[in-house]
Design a protein around this ligand. Sequence first.
Ligand SMILES: C[S@@+](CC[C@H](N)C(=O)[O-])C[C@H]1O[C@@H](n2cnc3c(N)ncnc32)[C@H](O)[C@@H]1O
Length: 342
Amino acid sequence: MAGVSPLPDKVQSEHEVSPKPILEIASGFLAAKHLFIANEVGLFDALTTHGPATLPALSDRLHLPARTLRIVTDAMVALGILVQTGGTYSHSPVSQAFLSGQGPGDLRPFLRFWNRLSYPNWLNYEQAIRGEPGTHKQKEWTEEEGRIFSEGVEAITAETAQALAMTYDFGKHQRVLDVGGGTGSFLVALLRQHPHLQPTLFEIPSVLAVAQNRLLTTPYHDKINLVAGDFFHDPLPDGHDAVLVANVIHLLSPDHNRQLLTKIRQAVPSKARLLLVDFWTDSTHTAPPFAALMAGEFLLVSREGDVYSVEEVKTWLEETQWQMVEHRPLSGASTLIVSETV
Ligand SMILES: C[S@@+](CC[C@H](N)C(=O)[O-])C[C@H]1O[C@@H](n2cnc3c(N)ncnc32)[C@H](O)[C@@H]1O
């Protein structure tokens, strides 16, 4: 929320140490909620479909009271997400690019996921941190909520999937297994760059159903082998010389991660590679800072999640007959750990 401070400048300058960081952090949820609700009520879509508009025109388009719509619309202007000129609201370059549905990325499904699922989950954060047993249990998601989760994850990991496809040398691989691969979006990104690959998506049945529908909208639906299962209770498909595990390790406890790495090791031939994409941290778990914040989200989503350091993963890999080959950047706080069978 850079530049948005609830403190007048005069008060700040009287203090040698400014309380500004605390006040800005504490007010962060206001900005997030304004953004979520602007998305929920269709503000960005209304500006995309019918172009720039005055408040009364937006109020007509969205069937919302002008008095309340003005509050969220002006907050978007204050935050630099929308622009207002002479009483007319329009997209800023950033909302045109990522919230109009017509730019290089679409973050609307991610905002919907965080508003409808994550935000209510964070109301239980205190109980989760206090370790109160059972009090922060995630309720079962409906089919609709499951779809919102999977589409939201796909939206927020799109750049990472693209970076993986562009930077890792898949030329040496033939068969790629994506374990917990969500909607199949990583495999689609890989196929775009490396059409020779023969990919398999392994997912729990409810998510595989979402993936099947999503893949029908791509040219790759008949190129991806879909296998339903639970990686703790069902056999993993074998014979793959590369296995991708993206944004799954952070949902699991250290013990469960060792189990998963062992199971994958037993399903691959020698010389196979394991590609672990996640928010890997330094040894202090405080950098990158976004990863440190996401640890709370992972704890709440699965009740056992966390962020892990490169050193921790390297140890688990060694314990499960893998050897770490390299650690390289992908996109933002997401990085790649590559390992190979011992
Ligand atoms: C955060 S999502 C990541 C999806 C995708 N890999 C990505 O990065 O966009 C984690 C995925 O792991 C899957 N998953 C979790 N536990 C699983 C299990 N026991 N067996 C199979 N898949 C599982 C979930 O269904 C979910 O789609």
